[in-house]
Design a protein around this ligand. Sequence first.
Ligand SMILES: [Zn+2]
Length: 275
Amino acid sequence: MTFYVDVICSSRSKDRLDRLSRLNMVVLEVAERYERAALFGELHLLKDLKDKPDDEAVRSALLWAYNGGLVQNEVGRRRYNELLSRAPDGRCPFCGHRDVDTLDHQLPKASYPLLAVVPDNLVPACSVCNHRKNDMVATSTSTQTLHPYFEHADRGRWLFARVVSLDPVAFAFFAEPDPTFSATMQARIRHQFTQFHLATLYGTQASRQVNGEREWLIKLRQHGGPDALREHLRDAASSWAATSVNCWQRAMYEALADNPGYLADSAIRTAGEVT
Ligand SMILES: [Zn+2]
């Protein structure tokens, strides 16, 4: 288990190194159990690993393995950066928007020291989502945060928006998972949407975006009418959908294209424009 050895070998304390070396096989077995549980969305069932091992000195050594061996050590830091780079496009898998800048413990290291340096338990995230997730431990399947390495909510549609105000343009984002998702998966997607405050994040971003495009959307409608504007918005939605079926940009452009008031009305009228 090269990862674990790489992380613990920088220990300057012989006692700590001995303690951690003796755990090598245990950590390996736990990592295998973790992988199996994650594959079936059953991490909440690993309760017997909570607060283990019993010996506080060993738990403390495991926490050092993360902070001292992985985060603050040169060799460990290379491993840390390799894990960070697992996020596609450097984007946080929890919010799907902000840049990753930290590693999140899918099961918190404070409660699960044996998983403190298990690579599958270390997920790239943005600091905000990392903070929102905090040390919370799910007690049921439906409140378990989706594991980005094992569970993919992007295999179906779940993010939508509607226009709730035309002047200024504002959106309400909501999670409506496709019925092809299992009931449990639907519940978890909804939970995650709330847990990471995605309605607020996306609503703010979308208002900002559409305000920035206001001038040229006005011109587009002036020259081509509502139909041309609708076509452009649908093309933009389709283009964004190719990057991620559930990105907020897609939901935003679709909401605008589907809103007759926005397409035809004075919402994007300039002061001098005749309607
Ligand atoms: Zn995030």
